[in-house]
Design a protein around this ligand. Structure first.
Ligand SMILES: N[C@@H](CCC(=O)N[C@@H](CS)C(=O)NCC(=O)O)C(=O)O
Length: 228
């Protein structure tokens, strides 16, 4: 059994998608980041970085409970645990790892800042918007080029697609027209039609709408972390 510490955001969605793809049993523990649950001392023992998602595998290595934070590490852990989306061939495995790390190290953080300065920043700062929006479009071009001759990011469907899809699903949030990136659009339709992806993205989706957070939520998301 996997304990899933979760809130329905792009980084959050990745993990129920993977759990569904692997057919693993899981129990959901909502971490309401709009209310500041991510800062609770009990949660910080699982995720010292005060973010979602995290998991605890009750049956971890050596038969003991094992906690994992960072979405990329969780995807790799579950892939290695189940042997799914984790090719035995080293070159193929590193294709998966490279495109997964590309998502967690580049695409996610840059799209995140793009969304922040476009939607959440109390003042509109043209330099910041231009910087992150142009990086977001450059990253779309990188992905589009890759998908011009590969069906999926690492060749076959993998954790790299699972990591990337929830961020591309919300293209509207980053003012991106998906039709400008035809290979990404084709890939997005295909990945988005998978039953595990539909189910993973729907988990608790009703509790969080991408929009303007109220004052309490804004403070929990963007101010409280200045003091921890
Ligand atoms: N690198 C981390 C990023 C996680 C992350 O940024 N999570 C956001 C939600 S998408 C969060 O928990 N934000 C709450 C906060 O920053 O207080 C990962 O991939 O797991």
């Amino acid at each position: 059994m996997i304990d899933l510490y979760y809130w329905p955001t792009p980084n959050g969605h990745k993990i129920p998608i993977m759990l569904e793809e692997c057919g693993l049993a899981y129990e959901v523990h909502p971490i309401n980041m709009l209310k500041g649950d991510q800062f609770q001392p009990e949660y910080l023992k699982i995720n010292p970085n005060n973010k979602i998602p995290s998991i605890v595998d009750r049956d971890g290595p050596g038969g003991k409970p094992y906690a994992v934070f960072e979405s990329g590490a969780i995807l790799m852990y579950l892939a290695e645990k189940t042997g799914k989306f984790w090719p035995a061939d080293m070159a193929k495995r590193y294709d998966v790892i490279q495109w997964t790390v590309f998502q967690v190290a580049s695409l996610g953080p840059l799209f995140g800042q793009c969304g922040h300065f476009l939607r959440y920043a109390p003042e509109k700062i043209p330099y910041a918007i231009d910087r992150y929006w142009s990086e977001t479009k450059r990253l779309y071009r990188v992905v589009d080029k890759r998908l011009a001759d590969q069906e999926y990011l690492a060749g076959e469907y993998s954790i790299a697609d699972i990591a990337t899809y929830p961020w591309i699903k919300i293209n509207y949030f980053h003012d991106i027209k998906i039709e400008d990136y035809p290979n990404v659009a084709r890939w997005r339709d295909k990945v988005g039609a998978r039953p595990a992806v539909i189910k993973g993205c729907a988990l608790l989706e009703d509790v969080m709408k991408l929009g303007n957070p109220d004052k309490e939520a804004f403070d929990n998301l963007f101010n409280k972390q200045k003091t921890v």
